[in-house]
Design a protein around this ligand. Structure first.
Ligand code: SF4
Length: 442
């Protein structure tokens, strides 16, 4: 359980020697409680106090890392129930399920599709994190063959799913040096599964539909020396899954119940289940099949949830050339909020019409938000024009403002007397039409 500043102070040497950079031990304790300094800054903490302080400083949800050759998927380490309280740190790992009954060529082909899938969203390359292999043949040789086939085309981390230890062992034997995840342990088989996870240094997932049973099982498995666990809340339906996921997260974060302080995994057979799981609060999401249109929307959803709400995604301010603009082409102005930039850039690029895109530094805010906050005004636009030397590249000085800040046009004219200032559309989607009608470009 997290300690207060006063509780931490009682565990410090209380000599006020100042070596940590703070005038008193109490000041250091307060900073430590706020997680703004590292305990290692004080060289005089006793071993007993250190153990107590480190335990209290550990995140309420354990960090779990799946590893394979060149890949890592980290989940957990979360500290809040709601994203707006701080941020969510480690994105849900997105996995696609294949089966041991699939013939080798089909496995290889499907793995290749999953492996190659990549999509660029507001400047970021997003992809599937790994593959889950489900045993539907109850044959160790088939699991071994499936893992071998997958590994022939993909090095991404694996999740192995079976109720039989010998089947899982056949797959694990092919993954030397990796840290895969095996599932699903339950109240009847947990001892054998814990032994297997210990032997192969794998992460162990436990399945249940009861919170009490999770608490009992994690304590028992931990007593066998297995620390890296994942919980699979196996509810009766969508609503029950949501309740279980929320109860686990709440108990871990609010009550600091260490027995439930592990990431969760959700098996999803529909888009709604997957969207719910990403939103609340699955560490791993295993999809029944690979469908590019579904994966795209889930990756975007995940990206939006796992960005820091206090740090907008930004692009570099500056001058961008779209469709090889010439000296008489117009200059469109926007802000450096990524989604705004890509909305405008994609519309212009898709239209095939040339333009200069001037991106003003608005501290990563969208056009209207930045204007309301005083971060996107005539002064900033004029500064962007001057700092990029765009005037020198042009014979015709035509600047198009976003329609939502038409109110700025007079002030921009005053700041840039050599420019013709025009007001463009409010929405990026209307830019091509504006080009053709207002600017009379064919
Ligand atoms: S270094 Fe340790 S003992 Fe010295 S003032 Fe800081 S907290 Fe106190």
């Amino acid at each position: 359980m997290a300690l207060s500043g006063i509780q931490i102070y009682k565990l410090l040497p209380q000599t006020n020697c100042k070596e940590c950079g703070f005038p008193t031990c109490l000041a250091f304790a307060m900073k430590l409680a706020a997680k703004q300094v590292e305990l290692s800054s004080c060289p005089y903490v006793s071993e007993a106090s250190k153990a107590q302080l480190e335990e209290s400083a550990a995140p309420p949800i354990r960090l779990i890392t799946l590893k394979s050759n060149g890949y890592e998927v980290k989940v957990g380490n979360e500290v809040v129930l709601y994203r707006h309280e701080k941020t969510f740190y480690n994105k849900s790992g997105l996995f696609v399920k294949l089966h041991t009954s699939q013939i080798e060529n089909a496995l290889i082909e499907e793995t290749r599709r999953i492996n190659q899938y990549q999509v660029n969203y507001v400047g970021m390359d997003l992809e599937v994190d790994g593959i889950a292999v489900e045993d539907d043949t109850h044959d160790p040789a088939k699991m071994k063959a499936a893992v071998t086939a997958i590994r022939s085309v993909s090095k991404k981390p694996l999740i192995l799913i079976s109720s039989a230890v010998d089947v899982l062992e056949a797959g694990l034997s092919q993954l030397s040096g990796e840290t895969p995840l095996v599932c699903c342990a339950n109240s009847t088989n947990w001892e054998k599964f814990a032994e297997l996870a210990g032997k192969y240094k794998a992460i162990l997932a436990i399945e249940s539909d009861k919170i009490d049973e999770f608490v009992e099982l994690t304590e028992k498995i931990k007593s066998k020396g297995i620390e890296d666990l994942v919980l699979i809340p196996n509810g009766k339906n969508l609503g029950h899954n949501l309740i279980l996921q929320t109860q686990i997260r709440r108990a871990a974060i609010k009550a600091n119940l260490r027995a439930l302080g592990y990431p969760t995994l959700a098996f999803c057979s529909s888009p709604v289940e997957a969207a719910q799981a990403i939103t609340k609060y699955a560490g791993f999401v295993v999809l029944d099949e690979f469908a590019a249109e579904l994966i795209y929307s889930l990756l975007v959803l995940r990206q939006n949830i796992y960005t820091d709400p206090q740090k907008p995604i930004q692009v570099q301010p500056g001058l961008y050339e779209i469709n090889n603009p010439k000296e008489n082409d117009p200059v469109l102005v926007t802000t450096n909020f990524s989604i705004t930039y890509f909305s405008v850039a994609n519309e212009v690029e898709g239209s095939g019409l040339p333009a200069w895109l001037l991106v003003a530094d608005a501290e990563g805010m969208s056009v209207l938000t930045a204007w309301a906050a005083g971060k996107f005004d005539a002064d900033r636009i004029a500064k962007a024009v001057k700092s990029t030397n765009v005037t020198d590249k042009l014979s015709k000085h035509l600047l198009i403002l976003p329609g939502s800040v038409a109110v700025l046009s007079g002030e921009v004219e005053a700041e840039l007397p050599d420019w013709e200032i025009r007001v463009g559309p409010r929405e990026a989607v209307d830019i091509p039409k504006f080009y053709k009608l207002a600017l009379q470009v064919n």
